[in-house]
Design a protein around this ligand. Structure first.
Ligand code: ATP
Length: 321
């Protein structure tokens, strides 16, 4: 193998740049040419190919976003779109890909292999942490820390006014951010897509608020089955009469400099992905499980569900009394 391509795709996550840097430098270290592909799969279709050198990725390790840009490509969801992308890759002599993104990105990589024989190695980068085959995804740690900084600030104003706040964090299909931000931020209740919202329990924790707590914070994952923080807040008000404020943290959670943990994870997985390609390990995702690098078939990463840690769910309840 002589030439590989690297791209970032789907939702951006802090640490993607650190990961691109690691892939480029590891590739060059092992004697490969590395081509950066702009705007994910859409750039593959449009022919956005940029040869990268070791110095092309200087001074990006600590930056949020992605220098390669990212995109969600409708065109790549069609067979014709993927055929165009594959032709462009072949015309540019790109023999294999390193795909940095989430489950949609990996579904795309599998389709590209099955239809056109172009192999990939995936690197999990999404703030949602919802990929099977790795304990943490790149960007998740930074997103939790960003959410926590905001929750701490909300706690100050909640306390000053004796107020109840609902804070909505990201997580369309999973409660990973909500659970860790909730425990780290001392939430009274955490509403997540994996569990039915328990209004009785909300009432019980809010009784303490009415009696002797000076502030109360309920964390809601955006994908919670009730439909987000505004809906839950309204229903609790209707049922039990608690006044409230809602804060939706939104895209703030995607931005900012990656944490130390995310930079290091991105660096490890970037090197591991190149080493996997060199060793002929294709159509796998590189992840880290209990401190060890692990390869998981791409299909498994999106077909198997990653479960929340039941111990965290248990202590969240214990600590909210
Ligand atoms: P995040 O989890 O952060 O949203 P993601 O990688 O899951 O990241 P998606 O938007 O779901 O983000 O996927 C990225 C792109 O991958 C899509 O815009 C699309 O071009 C391609 N893709 C997704 N699913 C498929 C599929 N089933 N077949 C082919 N391509 C796909």
């Amino acid at each position: 193998m002589k030439r590989i391509g690297v791209f970032t795709s789907g939702g951006d996550a802090p640490g993607m740049n650190a990961c691109v840097r690691a892939v480029v430098r590891a590739g060059i270290y092992y004697g490969l040419e590395v081509i950066g592909i702009g705007h994910g799969y859409q750039g593959m279709i449009n022919g956005e190919f940029i040869p990268l050198q070791a110095r092309s990725v200087s001074n990006i390790l600590q930056r949020g976003g992605t220098i390669l840009k990212t995109a969600r490509s409708e065109e790549f969801m069609t067979k014709e779109g993927r055929a165009k992308a594959a032709k462009n890759l072949k015309d540019h002599g790109i023999e294999a890909l390193v795909a940095i993104g989430g489950d949609g990105t990996f579904r795309g990589a599998v389709a590209l292999y099955e239809e056109h024989g172009i192999p990939s190695v995936g690197i999990p980068a999404t703030i949602d942490n919802d990929l099977y085959g790795t304990d943490y995804t790149i960007g998740y740690d930074t997103a939790v820390n960003t959410a926590l900084e905001s929750i701490d600030k909300i706690r100050d104003t909640a306390d000053a006014h004796d107020r109840l706040f609902y804070v909505e964090v990201m997580g369309r299909t999973s409660g990973f951010i909500a659970v860790e931000a909730g425990i780290g931020g001392g939430a009274e209740y955490i509403a997540i897509p994996e569990e039915q919202t328990d209004y009785e329990e909300i009432r019980n924790v809010l009784k303490g608020f009415r009696k002797d707590k000076t502030s109360s914070i309920i964390i809601v994952a955006e994908g919670d089955e009730e439909g987000g923080a505004f809906k839950i807040a309204k229903k609790v008000k209707e049922l039990y009469g608690f006044d409230y404020r809602v804060v939706v943290l939104g895209h703030i959670q995607r931005g900012g400099a990656p944490s130390a943990r995310d930079r290091i994870l991105a660096s490890k997985l970037g090197v591991a992905a190149v080493e996997a390609l060199i060793n002929g390990k294709f159509n796998v995702m590189v992840g880290e499980v209990k401190g060890e690098i692990k390869l998981t078939p791409l299909k498994e990463t999106f077909n198997r569900r990653k479960e929340l840690d039941p111990y965290l769910l248990k202590i969240a309840k214990i600590l909210s009394i």
